[in-house]
Design a protein around this ligand. Structure first.
Ligand SMILES: Cc1cc2nc3c(=O)[nH]c(=O)nc-3n(C[C@H](O)[C@H](O)[C@H](O)COP(=O)(O)OP(=O)(O)OC[C@H]3O[C@@H](n4cnc5c(N)ncnc54)[C@H](O)[C@@H]3O)c2cc1C
Length: 511
């Protein structure tokens, strides 16, 4: 019985320190050969782009096809939305700023971590006192979990929610089972995401809101609201009446939650190294021009020097990131242009403080301990949350105490705590003072919050119910990965899309 593993709902927020490896790399292209060589440009070095390169190399080697891969990346680092920052600005002390966690059914990531010998860590509970997890609805905690998910936690869960936890686990496993067929023949490789989702029966889950899907499957409303919605909020900043049923199920698939020590981006940097791609960092692609012979010229600007380079000619181009944020001019316009997708604007705030969270801020008595991880849901009567962001009365999606942190800067030797907060808006001083139990009328000083890092992400799409998904081929020789994000938005699914496109490409060359 795995219900007690609900703890790892908070897993996306956890990570572990270790040394950073070198991030920038330029690897030489394939050695010369007398075979016809295929030239592929990949735009974006996140999960999708790195996986495309990695599997392209793998599949083309299996078929003895000669290949040059060039990867363009606007940022100065590999990983895209999978990236770390240094606590106290110290790169030797990294913490995940974006994608933090993957799970055991994420085959591409798990296999890659093994292949590249990367150390993984599970979810860390460092405190023995008090609850490890609490679900807060802005008024009170509707659920608390104590260390290790004890039998008592499980008993309480069944006492309050009846068979709903068990039914949820069964439904999640059935849904994940269908999804995993997308990795296997005869479904893999799929030419259309809409079609494979339909054939595998997954559109039954994507067509409904999470709320409808759970209701159709006999899962009690209270469990859905208290527990499953806490998970959709921490993972996607969305409530059950909005997010579709498939993504709601993905949020419950938490077994074997893990992260790469030092940062998940290392999977992608190793994939690129293994692909022998030429990786051009700080290179923003501004134009993709199709030639009469059906090849493509890619124009890219060096973000540091503003010099523009033309690279040519490529047989195939892969756009491996959301079209709407790529700002690429396609000339001529491809047969199919992706629709703009509404993305969640997520504010991630990392900070260190010597203060623990204040019990009073969470309606607890002063001798009670605040949970290490606070997830949120809406109180009864607040169905959608008060605005499109849906955050409702809690005012934030999650607060996590990630780990103790020693501030040794400038001769200090102070034990602090490292926190991460997800919210739909910037956190103001009143909010910070309240959660840290400080007087509201005085400014927060460095003595209270010694280090802070803020980032606003276009983190993932609003996962509205739908039954069709973006095309993965925009034109002959022009491919697109990010359509999968409206189906499931994770590092693994972007990687799966990269693998799928790589296989379609190599199959077509061979054909
Ligand atoms: C805060 C946060 C938490 C998350 N938590 C998790 C989690 O715990 N687990 C999980 O699996 N997923 C999580 N996700 C989602 C996950 O990060 C994404 O689904 C995944 O990383 C997407 O990968 P991608 O390669 O498709 O896109 P991206 O990572 O966005 O990569 C696209 C790349 O393309 C580059 N690019 C775009 N346009 C151009 C251009 N014109 N020229 C050159 N380069 C360009 C971008 O700079 C970027 O590096 C989280 C996301 C966020 C923001």
């Amino acid at each position: 019985m795995k219900v007690q593993r609900i703890l790892v709902l908070a897993g996306w927020l956890v990570n572990a320190p270790s040394a950073l490896a070198a991030r920038d790399q330029v690897v030489l292209a394939d050695p010369a050969s007398n075979k016809v060589t295929k030239n592929v440009a990949i735009i974006g070095a996140g999960s999708a782009g790195s996986s495309t390169a990695y599997f392209l190399r793998k599949f083309s080697q299996e078929r003895d096809i000669s290949l040059n891969i060039t990867v363009y990346e606007r940022d100065g680092h590999i990983g895209g939305r999978s990236t770390t920052v240094g606590v106290y600005d110290d790169e030797q002390n990294p913490v995940e700023l974006g994608a933090s966690i993957f799970v055991e059914v994420n085959h591409n990531l798990v296999d890659a971590a093994k292949e590249f010998n990367l150390s993984t860590s599970g979810i860390r509970e460092f405190s023995t006192e008090g609850p490890v997890l609490g679900i807060w609805n802005g008024k009170n905690f509707v659920y608390m979990q104590y260390s290790g998910g004890s039998w008592w936690d499980t008993a309480k869960l069944f006492w309050k929610y009846g068979l709903a936890p068990l039914k949820t686990v069964r439904l999640m496993k059935a849904t994940v089972g269908k999804f995993l067929k997308m990795y296997e023949e005869p479904y893999f490789p799929w030419k259309s995401l809409s079609q494979v989702a339909y054939v595998l029966g997954l559109t039954a889950a994507t067509a409904s809101t999470g709320e409808q899907f759970l209701d159709q499957n006999g899962i009690g409303k209270l469990f859905a609201q208290d527990i499953i919605q806490a998970s959709t909020r921490v993972n996607y900043a969305q409530n059950l009446p909005l997010i579709h049923g498939l993504e709601a199920m993905v949020c419950m698939a938490t077994d074997g939650a893990q992260a790469i020590e030092g940062g998940n981006w290392q999977i992608f940097s190793n994939m690129l190294a293994a692909s022998h791609a030429t990786v051009l960092l700080n290179r923003t692609v501004s134009k993709v021009e199709r030639q009469e012979d059906a090849s493509y010229i890619v124009s890219a600007t060096n973000s540091e020097s503003s010099v523009t380079f033309d690279q040519q000619p490529f047989d195939e181009v892969v756009l491996a990131g959301p079209y709407q944020y790529s700002r690429i001019d396609f000339d001529p316009q491809p047969r199919h242009l992706p629709d703009p997708i509404p993305y969640v604007q997520l504010h991630v705030t990392l900070f260190t403080s010597k203060h623990k969270l204040s019990p009073r801020a969470f309606n607890l008595s002063s001798d009670e301990v605040v949970p290490q991880v606070i997830l949120t849901t809406l109180p009864t009567g607040e169905h959608h949350g008060s605005n499109r962001e849906g955050v409702g009365s809690p005012g934030f999606f999650s607060i996590s105490l990630l780990r103790p942190s020693m501030d040794t800067r400038e001769g200090r030797d102070e034990l602090e705590y490292l926190y991460k907060i997800f919210s739909p808006a910037p956190l103001n001083e009143t909010f910070m003072a309240n959660i840290l139990g400080l007087p509201a009328n005085r400014a927060i000083s460095k003595a209270d919050v010694s280090w802070m890092y803020r980032k606003v992400w276009n983190s993932y799409p609003y996962e509205y119910p739908r039954v069709t998904f973006e095309e993965l081929q925009l034109d002959d020789g022009l491919w697109y990965t990010a359509g999968i994000e409206s189906f499931i938005s994770t590092m693994e699914t972007s990687s799966l899309m990269g693998k799928n496109i790589a296989r379609l490409m190599v199959d077509a060359w061979e054909g």
